[in-house]
Design a protein around this ligand. Structure first.
Ligand SMILES: *Cc1c(COP(=O)(O)O)cnc(C)c1O
Length: 416
């Protein structure tokens, strides 16, 4: 590592089997975008596809588009494409709603599947807050007799399993630290205790190999706008293992999940298959953007190759920050060990907010997560090795010059 130069990083890019994938995205020259874990970059094929959907399909074909342009199949079609990236055979994933709403559906469904005494949803306090909020809302609706939330540290989960636990709900890769659970081992331990397992894949889908079927997961949810590049507010997704799919229905029993929505029966009958987890009309334009992103960015990409590059980017970044910014107060807040780390690296620093604003001003976009984390996401389809070099180069300059300490960098925006 020591003694490496920028030229060495350029050489790594030349040898990179994913190097050509960068052309699948529209990224401004000079920008180093290390925030694809918050909002993925714009795929080059999306603007034209959405434009065509607006003027051609909506504008000309109008209502017939539901049939002739197959809008009606979008949730399942997009779901199966996502399924292919997370190890789910077709028919178990649908795209739609937000991650939060999908969590609500699956949490409620899971509580109906277990014996009555099992009422605890077990999670960890470092989980993404919306996941915990959704349990709190369900608890309010169902009452403590039917739904309780128990929180233990993420490394203590399997030790906290008992006969009260209905479901364990974990985010596979922690959004702050990037720490990753062993999906197979945790799922096995949870199921051996008689509980069900739900994984939130928001920081995993499109970031690293996931094998939901192979790990025998019960349920999963995830986000469409991060590593899947579906665009701001893109539809999320949910997974229900085929063995459970028809066992229960979910409480958001809208017409799009009905067995025959266009019969307009007054009674709800859930659809056969994963379609029963849908609720209302899909947001077609957003669905088409997500579908196009999945088709155009991910075709022919081997997730094992993505993982290898992601870990290499992360390791190089950690090493460079620790060398070039030594003595400036950064401490690594992500696992150093590759097997435990997702596709992001976080550093803690008491002045993290201002430093990140100064970095963004220098065209290196990461994000800040309260109270003190600078978070950098690596998206191997469009992050280059030289970006890692240049990002740390600019960070080192900001620290040496102390330019982060300008008043403008201390002002907090609504979204960080
Ligand atoms: C980004 C993210 C979400 C987003 O939830 P939405 O309801 O889609 O806004 C949920 N959970 C985790 C772990 C996330 O990282």
């Amino acid at each position: 590592m020591t003694g490496q130069t920028r030229a060495d990083f350029l050489k790594m890019d030349q040898a990179d089997p994913l190097g050509k994938c960068r052309d699948r995205f529209l990224l401004r020259d000079g920008l180093i975008y290390l925030d694809g874990n918050s909002l993925g970059a714009l795929p080059a094929a999306v603007p034209e596809r959405v434009q065509r959907a607006i003027t051609g399909e909506w504008g000309k074909d109008l209502i017939s588009s539901w049939n002739v342009n197959r809008w009606i199949d979008l949730p399942q079609r997009v779901g199966d494409r996502i399924g292919a990236l997370v190890g789910a055979a077709p028919g178990q994933v649908v795209a739609g709603d937000s991650t939060s709403v999908n969590l609500f559906k699956l949490l409620a469904a899971a509580l109906k599947m277990v014996p009555e005494g099992r009422r605890v949803i077990l999670s960890d306090p470092g989980n993404f807050p919306t996941d915990l909020y959704m349990v709190q809302g369900l608890r309010e609706l169902l009452g403590e007799n039917r739904c309780q939330l128990r929180l233990v540290e993420e490394t203590e989960i399997t030790g906290a399993l008992d006969d009260d636990v209905a479901l364990v709900m974990l985010t596979h890769v922690n959004f702050r630290s990037g720490r990753m659970h062993d999906m197979r081992a945790v799922t096995r331990a949870v199921q051996a205790s008689g509980a069900l397992m739900l994984w939130d894949l928001s920081h995993s889908a499109g970031a690293l190999p996931v094998d939901l079927d192979g790990c025998n997961a019960d349920f999963a949810v995830g986000c469409g706008y991060k590593y899947l590049n579906g665009g701001p507010g893109a539809p999320a997704f949910l997974y229900v293992a085929a063995r459970h799919r028809e066992q229960v229905s979910q409480p958001l029993s809208g017409w799009m999940g009905h067995a025959s929505p266009f019969v307009f029966d007054i009674d709800y009958t859930p659809a056969a298959g994963v379609g029963r987890y849908l609720c209302g009309t899909p947001p077609v334009l957003a669905m088409l953007a997500l579908e196009t992103a999945l088709e155009s960015c991910w075709s022919g990409v081997d997730m094992a190759v993505v993982r290898e590059k992601s870990l290499r980017l992360g390791t190089l970044f950690i090493d460079l920050v620790e060398q070039r910014c030594a003595g400036h107060g950064f401490s690594l807040a992500s696992p150093r060990e590759n097997a435990l780390r997702g596709s992001q690296v976080s550093f803690a620093h008491p002045e993290g907010y201002a430093i990140m604003q100064a970095l963004i001003k220098a065209d290196v976009v990461g994000d800040f997560r309260a109270p003190n984390l600078l978070r950098f996401g690596f998206t191997p389809l469009y992050t280059r090795y030289v970006d890692i070099w240049d990002a740390v180069d600019r960070l080192a300059l900001i620290m040496e010059q102390g330019s982060w300490n300008r008043p403008e960098f201390h002002r907090r925006a609504a979204v960080t």
